[in-house]
Ligand binder design. Structure first.
Ligand code: SF4
Length: 236
């Protein structure tokens, strides 16, 4: 498992639990607004390779945190790009910790395998856009059937889950949010996240318009609930 960083303590990232966070490098998306280039762009990843954390160092840390932490959040980059993710999770579970996985949903077979084997306690999947608008956001070609399959697998599982969308004015409008609502309708939780345009965004030439107002988000939340797509909708 390639670990590019560890956050030793978080009360925010794993709902209801105290966790640590494991960051993994490499991602198959290039979201315009992403500000984690050191976890996404191979030449940037190369520059921080000497700071990667060996797996045994992480497990030594984890063993000392029994009774202090409930779980481990595995995030990226895109964690499902790590070929030994399943083994890594098995080792964490063996130590008695809960696991939350953050994913962009491009590996439905792996997600299904992890869920069927009860290896995940919470899964958070990014839904970047309605399926026909994915490329506009992620700037690469992908088979969006993979995204649809991951959504369906997660929704039909009994695992605690959330879908989430980062919303930027020029990239998504209210109709797009309703389309996403249809796509994920019946899910346990949906989080609409206000974009944070950082100086390190991946697409430095794109003219971002920024985040919508609080009123816009409230209206979008109300429409999703009124249409009965989503019961539990958070604004972050
Ligand atoms: S924001 Fe997009 S490019 Fe950045 S890590 Fe997440 S999925 Fe990958």
């Amino acid at each position: 498992m390639i670990i590019s960083g560890i956050q030793k303590f978080s009360t925010l990232d794993f709902p209801s639990y105290v966790s640590c966070i494991v960051f993994t490098p490499y991602c198959n998306f290039r979201c315009k607004y992403c500000h984690n280039s050191e976890l996404v762009i191979p030449s940037e990843i190369e520059k921080i390779k000497n700071t990667f954390i060996p797996e045994e160092v992480f497990f030594n840390f984890l063993k000392k945190r029994k009774n202090k932490l409930d779980g481990v959040v595995i995030t990226g980059g895109e964690p499902t790009m790590q070929s030994d993710l399943k083994n890594f999770i098995l080792k964490i579970k063996k130590e008695g910790f809960l696991v939350k996985l953050d994913t962009n949903g491009t590996d439905p077979n792996l997600i299904a395998d992890l869920l069927e084997n009860d290896l995940i306690d919470y899964i958070a999947m990014d839904v970047k856009a309605p399926l026909d608008k994915y490329k506009k956001i992620i700037d690469v070609d992908i088979d969006t059937n993979l995204i649809k399959r991951s959504i369906d697998i997660i929704k039909s599982s009994s695992i605690n889950h959330e879908f989430r969308t980062t919303i930027e004015k020029s990239l998504l409008d209210i109709d797009d949010i309703m389309e996403i609502g249809k796509l994920i309708s019946g899910c346990m939780k949906y989080a609409m996240q206000k974009v944070n345009i950082h100086e390190n965004v991946l697409d430095k030439n794109y003219h971002f318009l920024g985040a919508y107002t609080d009123e816009w988000f409230e209206q979008a939340r109300k429409m999703l609930v009124d249409e009965h797509y989503i019961d539990n909708c958070e604004i972050r």
